[in-house]
Design a protein around this ligand. Structure first.
Ligand SMILES: [Mg+2]
Length: 264
């Protein structure tokens, strides 16, 4: 049974929409997914790009640091990498069963009446698999992902013609704002990456840094885990009907979270 509160969407909540990053925001990749991903990228660098095995780890780190992702870095350096091939190599073989259903998160998301959208650098297949494993895919109206930001990449053989576009590029954020049709000033953007949060701030989002106890400069909120939004950002649930609503909501949410974690 759904523990949906469905508060009416009033004018008092400062948010019309919530935009969530996926990896390390809605689930922790520390369960082993992150390590497997790193291994797959390193294997790709060795098997498909010819880097020596001993350098794969360093190359991966440098590409990520300088270009935001290994794929973006490889293409910027002139490697003719097909994004679909890359994604099926590095994501296709991930141990997705390590991602577990999260009924606590599901109940929380279902209690939020505003629009909810995913904005991830990952490819669509990965996003859908992870959301399916968490059992929260139907909580989101839309997935903005690698393919949304890079519609022309497959059409071009020249790697310099369409550079890979990803967060934290402002261009990527502008595509997301347009695709999601949101008013950034009335949108809460949640992400575990400090640079993404900073870019989100530039385009006008209200921002929450996930996975940290302390806010970065550009973050309006810090959430150690995403479900802490109940305590840290209770204004999400404000309906504007009366001033006590926010307190009621908080205790209602606490009890929802307390009961659902038992059956998880
Ligand atoms: Mg992330």
């Amino acid at each position: 049974m759904d523990s949906c509160m469905n508060p009416s969407r009033g004018s008092a909540s400062p948010f019309d929409s919530l935009i969530f990053d996926l990896d390390d925001t809605l689930y922790s990749s520390k369960s082993g997914i992150g390590q497997a991903l790193k291994r797959n990228v390193e294997d790709f660098l060795v098997e498909k790009c010819g880097f020596p095995e001993s350098e794969a780890s360093n190359v991966n780190r440098e590409l990520f640091k300088n270009y935001g992702s290994s794929l973006a870095g490889l293409r910027a350096l002139g490697y003719d990498i097909n994004p679909d091939e890359y994604h099926s190599f590095v994501h296709g073989r991930l141990p997705y069963d390590l991602i577990k259903p999260d009924s606590r998160l599901r109940n929380l998301l279902q209690s939020i009446s505003q629009r909810k959208i995913i904005f991830t650098n990952s490819d669509r297949i990965h996003a859908m698999k992870a959301l399916d494993r968490l059992e929260i895919r139907d909580c989101f109206e839309k997935i903005i992902c690698f393919e949304t930001m890079n519609p022309n990449l497959l059409k071009s053989k020249r790697t310099d013609e369409f550079p890979v576009l990803l967060k934290p590029s402002l261009k990527a954020f502008r595509i997301a704002v347009e695709d999601a049709e949101v008013d950034p000033r009335r949108t809460l953007f949640l992400d575990d990456n400090v640079k993404n949060v900073a870019a989100g701030k530039v385009v006008g989002f209200r921002t929450a840094l996930v996975g940290k106890a302390i806010k970065s400069k550009e973050a309006d909120y810090a959430l150690e885990v995403v479900t802490n939004m109940v305590q840290v950002i209770p204004e999400i649930w404000l309906s504007g009907e009366n001033d006590e609503r926010i307190n009621r909501t908080r205790s209602e949410m606490d009890s929802i979270l307390a009961t659902t974690s038992v059956g998880a």
